[in-house]
Design a protein around this ligand. Structure first.
Ligand code: WT7
Length: 635
């Protein structure tokens, strides 16, 4: 019998040791006993990080939606699978049972097929947090189409880039979305994006806000009439273990986002097993992750992980501030939430409000609290622990990435003693290493360095869509034979890990992963801008905010600086999305550069962080004099 559900610390250590000593045997037992296979694998794992190549459960055949839906029908057909809580608290919540989910997924899958979508085709999903979003992921998976969800806060330019990168044949969207008091014209954004794409043949539109939108003849179709006509039976496409399940874009160090490719069997086993243990999910629990399905957190821990366990998973359409700052806690009370998973940035914003918003509600159903997306600071951790968990619900600070597919370093609640700001111990099967700058592993405790993973886990992304070389260069070249995360980490005296933040050109703002290069590219499009450099600085709600140093062309120098700042942020919003706007913009005559022409961001970072006591070695600078003038004019 495999240890599918770990219940105490000794068991964790015992299972962890087994997962490291005999990973193949360990994952084979988990896969064998807890999932539904059309055919078992020939080989559990083959891998070579130098290529890099990783294959789990090769030879196996399955469909992930059979695991997430069909196999629960007999025992849990009438259990709520998806509990939809609308933006407007006056609108009724929807309880979608496993039976209903099955029918809705099959119908949508048939619609996709009728519209010409086949196994391996890419379907772009640009939908708000409504049930059709989760259903559309599953409908793609049902027929073997590869979904590429783009967060519905991304701009039309960002959407077009992602549609083109993987040649999507179809876009699924809605006539708009509700967001607090606002509505957003998603279809208008799609129309704009499609002006810059050639590959999309069909756009299917879900009605949500009843706005009058333009429907382009021959291309755009309303979803509902097609669903009404579709059959409610759809045989699942039988997939190979390593067939791609989805593509999800994440930022990198160039303007082109990286389309991380996740495959079927390993991803399913890893997200299901982590979900069960990290949230200690029990049969009648109601689980709520506040993330958007546009991010990997939503893929793995709203859709696939929970449904593979037959869980009830909440989908929330709204925002934490509407109708007021009590909304999260109102929903916790209303649906008697047992596990609550959110982002540190939300916790920091909520902690700034009056406690009345919390105390009005009965939060006694809560058993486990989680955080993800960025380091959680001590103050926020304690506020969460004291006021939401009432010191009785363990907090799981879960470290992972779009690339890892699932949770990698985390406490197991009621099992691992927690420690504020620490993600604590590696999850079962995860082998972290702390590396120094010369590429050597730092063994022992009380050390810090760069966080790598030494051995493959089933959820690892297999490649970057269309660019395997970039995949190798980004993740497997800095440290030989290892996966490099891009994060710094320390290991304390008992072996607990604490993530210290990114060590590359990615900045995490409000839990969103932003590359500096795409933002700089956007700014440089402004006709008055000659050059720019972006760094992060600490912000008490967002974690980090963005600070831009901008060199103007001669034509820009006479312009009003505040107008220029507005225009620059406008361009960023258009190219990427409002989440990437700059908090501070300093105009400067020059940027500190090395002799080879590289911007020395280390110095800019220190200035933005108001930490200019020791700027470190500046002797390799081509233009040291510029540093003083930047410091004098710092914001
Ligand atoms: C980056 C990955 C994983 C889903 C959401 C983000 C940071 C993530 C933690 C944590 C400290 C964290 C890292 C990581 N991060 N979780 N618990 N503590 N930092 O996915 O957009 O791919 O971002 O988020 O810097 O590399 P992502």
């Amino acid at each position: 019998m495999s240890n599918y559900h770990i219940k105490h610390l000794e068991e964790y250590y015992q299972v962890y040791r087994k997962s490291v000593r005999e990973p193949e045997n360990f994952w084979e037992e988990i896969a064998e006993e807890h999932f539904m296979w059309r055919k078992k694998w020939d080989k559990v794992l083959s891998w070579d990080f130098s290529k890099p190549e990783v294959k789990w459960f090769e030879g196996a055949k399955l469909n992930i939606t059979e695991n997430c839906i069909d196999r629960h029908l007999r025992t849990k057909g009438d259990k709520t699978a998806i509990l939809f809580e609308p933006n407007n608290p006056e609108e009724k919540a929807q309880h979608i049972t496993y039976k209903q989910l099955h029918e809705r997924v099959c119908k949508m899958a048939n619609v996709l097929k009728d519209q010409g979508i086949k196994k391996g085709d890419r379907v772009c999903i640009y939908l708000p947090m409504i049930p059709e979003l989760a259903i559309s992921l599953l409908a793609c998976a049902r027929i073997g189409a590869i979904h590429s969800v783009v967060f519905a806060g991304f701009s039309s330019t960002a959407l077009a880039t992602r549609i083109n990168d993987c040649d999507c044949k179809m876009v699924l969207t809605s006539d708009g979305s509700f967001r607090g008091e606002k509505t957003i014209d998603l279809k208008g954004i799609v129309d704009e994006a499609l002006g810059n794409t050639q590959c999309v043949e069909t756009v299917l539109v879900v009605k949500r806000i009843n706005s009058g939108i333009n429907m382009k003849k021959g291309r755009d179709k309303w979803m509902q009439p097609l669903l009404d006509k579709a059959s409610k039976d759809c045989e699942p496409e039988i997939m190979n273990a390593e067939d791609p399940l989805f593509i999800l874009y994440t930022s990198g160090s160039t303007g082109q986002p990286k389309g991380m490719v996740h495959t079927t069997a390993g991803y399913m086993v890893f997200t299901a097993y982590t979900f069960k243990n990290v949230f200690q999910y029990n049969n009648d629990d109601v689980y709520w992750c506040t993330a958007d399905i546009g991010w990997v957190t939503g893929h793995s821990y709203i859709v696939y992980g929970p449904l593979a366990n037959g869980a009830t998973t909440v989908m929330f359409e709204g925002v934490p501030t509407y109708p007021d700052w009590g909304r999260f806690w109102e929903v916790v009370q209303k649906h008697k939430i047992n596990q609550f998973y959110t982002a540190p940035t939300a916790i920091r914003a909520l902690a700034k409000q009056s406690l009345d918003f919390v105390e009005k509600y009965d939060l006694s159903s809560l058993k486990v609290l989680g955080t993800v997306g960025e380091p959680i600071n001590d103050e926020a951790w304690k506020w969460y622990n004291d006021n939401i968990g009432k010191k009785k619900s363990p907090i799981v600070d879960t470290w992972w990435q779009t690339e890892t597919g699932g949770i990698m370093i985390t406490p197991i609640p009621f099992v691992t003693p927690t420690k504020p700001t620490y993600a604590t111990l590696p999850f079962i099967g995860v082998q972290p290493a702390i590396m120094d700058e010369n590429g050597n592993e730092i063994k022992g405790n009380q050390v810090d360095g760069r966080l790598c993973i030494k051995f493959p886990w089933p959820g690892i992304a297999r490649t970057i869509w269309g660019n395997h070389e970039r995949y190798r260069d980004t993740y497997f070249s800095a440290y030989k034979g290892m996966y490099f995360s891009g994060d710094g980490a320390l290991r304390d005296e008992v072996g607990y890990y604490r993530i210290t933040g990114r060590v590359d050109d990615v900045i995490i703002v409000s839990g969103h992963n932003l590359g500096t290069a795409p933002i700089e590219d956007a700014i440089n499009e402004h006709p008055a801008v000659a050059e720019s450099a972006i760094v992060g600085f600490p912000h008490d709600i967002k974690g980090n905010a963005l600070y831009g140093y901008v060199i103007l062309k001669e034509t820009g120098e006479s312009r009003d600086q505040n107008n220029l700042r507005k225009e620059i942020n406008q361009i960023i919003a258009e190219h990427i999305g409002p989440i990437a706007k700059l908090d501070k913009i300093q105009f400067t005559q020059g940027l500190p550069k090395t002799r080879s022409g590289k911007i020395m961001r280390r110095i800019l970072r220190k200035i933005a962080q108001k930490d200019t006591g020791d700027l470190g070695d500046t002797s390799t600078l081509l233009n040291p004099e510029v540093v003083q003038s930047i410091m004098d004019n710092a914001l």
